[in-house]
Design a protein around this ligand. Structure first.
Ligand code: FES
Ligand code: FES
Length: 151
């Protein structure tokens, strides 16, 4: 199967039912996308498909053909830069395990809605679980990224 990941084309010989997460991690070496629950419940495996956040653990390889896949290793542009800058400035991560998924979800939210309210943030981020409970800093980080984008 042909995949386009972070702007590069790849030929992957795998069963079409293989979860995208394992192709990214085990075949392409993109280990920034994490395995958490494997059941689309935690968001640790969030990647973008044509800019939309999806759970790579529950996305079959067959569904990933013909779309632009972006992982934490390949995210770029002014929205991504603002999120990363805000995350560093506010020291958002604790253990860090969930954070690539959080950043991917936050970047997708801000690309759609550059001035999200607390309610918008909570709705968009509710599927991304953080066992360290960094939720307050994630919310503040998204507001800070929005401020940076506006400036
Ligand atoms: S590992 Fe995919 S949602 Fe938890
Ligand atoms: S920072 Fe530890 S799980 Fe989120």
């Amino acid at each position: 199967m042909r995949l386009t990941v972070n702007g590069r084309d790849h030929e992957v010989d795998a069963d079409p039912d293989t979860p995208l997460l394992w192709v990214l991690r085990d075949r392409l070496g993109l280990t920034g996308t994490k395995f958490g629950c494997g059941m689309a419940q935690c968001g640790a495996c969030t990647v973008h498909m044509d800019g939309t956040p999806v759970r790579a653990c529950s996305t079959p390889l067959a569904a990933a053909e013909g779309v632009r896949i972006t992982t934490i290793e390949g995210i770029e542009g002014k929205v991504a830069d603002a999120v990363v800058q805000a995350w560093v400035a506010l020291d958002v991560p604790q253990c860090g395990y969930c954070q690539s998924g959080q950043v991917m979800a936050a970047a997708a939210l801000l690309a759609e809605n550059p001035r999200p309210s607390d309610t918008d943030i909570d709705a968009a981020m509710s599927g991304n679980i953080c066992r360290c409970a960094t939720y307050q800093r994630i919310r503040a980080g998204i507001h800070e990224a929005a401020r940076l984008l506006e400036a």
